[in-house]
Design a protein around this ligand. Sequence first.
Ligand code: SF4
Length: 350
Amino acid sequence: MTSSPQPNTSPIPAPAQTLAAQAHLPPLRIVLAAPRGFCAGVDRAIQIVELALIKYGPPVYVRHEIVHNRFVVESLRAKGAVFVEELDEIPDTGQPVIFSAHGVAKSVPAAARLRNMFVLDATCPLVFKVHNEAARHYEQGHAILLIGHKGHPEVVGTLGQLPAGAIHLIETADEASTFVPTDPDRLAYVTQTTLSVDDTADIVAILKSRFPKIAGPAKEDICYATTNRQVSVKAIAGQIDALLVVGAPNSSNSLRLVEVAERNGCKKSFLVQRAADIPWNELGTLSSLGISAGASAPEQLVNEVVDAMRARYAVTIDIVTTAEENIAFNIPRELRDVVRPSGGGPGVAG
Ligand code: SF4
């Protein structure tokens, strides 16, 4: 559901003593973009690791960062998760092996089966949807173009759904303009889920104008969370002096938020992993500051950034909400009987 941007009051009010201490500080209006932070796929992936740790005890092995956020990874590591990049780093074990939210090439579950590993797959269902689309196009005899960023784990996983050479990666509009297919009438495209909505629309428009018969997704491959976070940043970009996006440097959807802000009038846009990274010198003198967060960034880190601002400014907060999100994905059957300790909920804060 989408609504027009509306300022609200802050959900993170300053403590009374902070308000008193702020009296002599310069004013700063913080504009919080909403939605921001955790998406349903990230929430599910973190829950899978946490529930597996409760049910099976440590160690629980996780292939690749479960989601692209160091704070999340460190929190889970402290609870007994062991992160590896490849399955051959895992000893023979009956303990769970979890695949990250980004998805994996078909060779990975095949290798796990050969070793009788107990796999819990945290691939986001919206990434699975892209895998299934690619497989369907392949069965129909199409050559497939994947619009995405080379080397990103999701792209590696999608390319690995089909035999080598079946999917051709397109990273830029230039590549879309110059790609030469074997048969222009038997082409299809899919996309990475965390791309720039605008850049991807440009690339798709080029492909459609060059290859009018190209098949594509019935509904966008760029996921709801990526789209919503870009829309909310666009809505605030013109009314702020600077923007901080809380997210990791290897988080595709977070990087896209910085680009979206820059292109929509907020030239001072920065990615920060947490408050310690705030580039105070580059921010300069501020009267307003936007804050958003990528889909793998916990809200605690947003609160940390707001607190850092409160130490230097008399802060007021507006929230600009451009969409309501109420999507949740089922966790794997094996974990549905796990009872969390009282007070435990999804996320990494507990
Ligand atoms: Fe799934 Fe989108 Fe979240 Fe990725 S960003 S985990 S595709 S909901």
